[in-house]
Design a protein around this ligand. Structure first.
Ligand SMILES: Nc1ncnc2c1ncn2[C@@H]1O[C@H](COP(=O)(O)OP(=O)(O)O)[C@@H](O)[C@H]1O
Ligand SMILES: [Mg+2]
Length: 437
């Protein structure tokens, strides 16, 4: 049987061959991310064709020392591959694609690879004499993360910006840019209210149908305000959304752009919005949006702050999902401080409330999923009124630590009960401060 290294290399060579042969039917997003990464050209933001795999490329891609050895099956060089000693190029030999593919599909572990590689899936579904693998090209293609989900995509854009006059790298200090493939938060780990689920659906549909909105002339969409106390999942929701939609997220904290010399603030705001527009499509997540409210109501003399706020509002007005591909999400802890002028700029408001008892139980179940122990989460949920998701996370962390002190990896009910008590004691003051707001 072929080793997994051998299958790695043959999969690459088959992918290259099929992609080159069916260039008009396939697109760059069909290439699996692990292969796409190495072939990526930052300048053209594409994988150049024809794909010409080489020994050095194979070494880099799979961390293989000896490519010749990897290309041996049962001790003999694999029959359908040509490896040029001199140039180092490797490819499926002329006319052998069908035989090589026939061999490949019979190998242990090949099936899983075919179901994760939409170029291979295309071949077995549409080209091969019979699709006895039972793979659907459309299914696999729709599950493959697109190029916009990769770190390489972001780096390509940053490269281009840093060549420009305004020095792109400087912008990195103003925002965090994350690739969907780097995001750890996920939607199925977030416990959402029905309203939130509904809003999520609306946001996803809006993004996916932005051309439709353009056609029917509805431009004022794609600006969402998240409202709720700290620790209720606003940031996690925005990141999980970026992962779900496979588009990068640009996270901006208003304190990051305002802490500096005030005259620069307005410029920074414009820079960050320009940056987001370069990333079409993306999510721009503005955290700590309360800042804007505080400075509007406080009748302060700092005209620079007022000017910055006006710049921000204008920048929001001038950003459109339909035209710029930027989904704008702002998050705030306070509702009261925002005035009508600010509210009006958002077409969706999503409430993040402190979780109900049922939600607290579900959140605890989610957090405890990978932790050993038979815990009555309903009982804990009953004693944790007003706790946010983040509070519950802290409680579990505390419980895990106290179990470790007791030389245990598993949790018992008492660990959690104790953690709740100590959390109540520590945060008593803090909690009432929030409720009063
Ligand atoms: N509804 C929820 N379901 C599951 N986990 C939650 C929920 N709300 C908060 N959390 C957890 O609490 C932590 C902090 O949440 P975060 O998204 O940073 O909140 P916020 O941005 O509102 O302050 C995260 O680890 C998150 O997973
Ligand atoms: Mg947050």
């Amino acid at each position: 049987m072929a080793s997994s290294e051998t299958l790695d290399v043959i999969e690459l060579l088959l992918t290259a061959e099929i992609y080159n042969d069916y260039k008009n039917e396939l697109i760059v997003n069909n290439i699996p991310p692990k292969i796409r990464r190495t072939l990526w050209n930052a300048k053209t933001r594409d994988v150049p064709t024809p794909i010409k795999p080489s020994k050095s490329m194979i070494k880099k891609m799979f961390d293989i020392d000896n490519v010749e050895d990897a290309l041996k099956v049962n001790g003999k060089p694999f029959a359908y591959v040509a490896l040029d000693e001199y140039s180092g190029s490797a490819h499926i030999t002329e006319g052998s694609l069908d035989s090589a593919a026939e061999w490949f599909k019979k190998q242990d572990g090949a099936r899983d690879r075919i179901f994760e590689n939409s170029v291979l899936a295309y071949y077995y579904d549409n080209v091969a004499d019979e699709n006895d693998v039972g793979v659907s090209y459309n299914d696999v293609a729709s599950k493959t993360p697109p190029k916009e989900a990769s770190r390489e995509w972001i780096e390509s854009i940053m490269d281009e910006l840093s060549e420009g006059k305004d020095n792109g790298r400087k912008w990195l200090d103003l925002a965090y840019i994350k690739a969907p493939e780097e995001i750890r938060e996920s939607m199925d780990e977030l416990i959402l209210t029905e309203r939130q689920k509904n809003e999520l659906q609306k946001i996803e549909l809006t993004i996916k149908n932005k051309d439709h909105f353009k056609n029917i002339g509805l431009y004022d969409i794609g600006k969402v305000l998240f409202v709720g106390p700290p620790g209720t999942g606003k940031t996690s929701f925005a990141r999980a959304l970026s992962k779900n939609l496979s588009i990068p997220i640009i996270e901006v904290r208003l304190s990051m752009i305002t802490d500096q010399y005030l005259g620069e603030t307005s410029k920074n705001i414009d820079r960050v919005f320009d940056l987001a527009k370069k990333f079409d499509p993306c999510i721009m997540f503005i955290d700590e949006f309360d800042f804007i409210a505080t400075s509007r109501t406080a009748n302060n003399e700092h005209s620079a702050i007022k000017q910055a706020v006006n710049t921000l509002l204008k920048a929001i007005d001038n950003t459109s999902l339909v035209e710029d591909g930027v989904l704008l999400i702002a998050a705030t802890n306070h509702t009261k401080k925002l005035d009508g002028a600010v509210w009006r700029r958002f077409d969706e408001i999503v409430d993040f409330e402190r979780p109900t008892m049922d939600m607290r139980k579900d959140i605890l179940d989610t957090i405890l999923r990978k932790i050993e122990g038979d815990i009555n989460t309903e009982a804990i949920a009953k004693t944790t009124e007003d706790y946010t998701g983040s509070d519950l996370r802290m409680v579990v962390r505390e419980a895990v630590l106290s179990a470790l002190l007791d030389n245990r990896y598993n949790l018992v009910q008492e660990d959690l009960e104790k953690a709740v008590k100590s959390f109540d004691r520590r945060s008593g003051l803090k909690m009432t401060a929030f409720i009063d707001e």
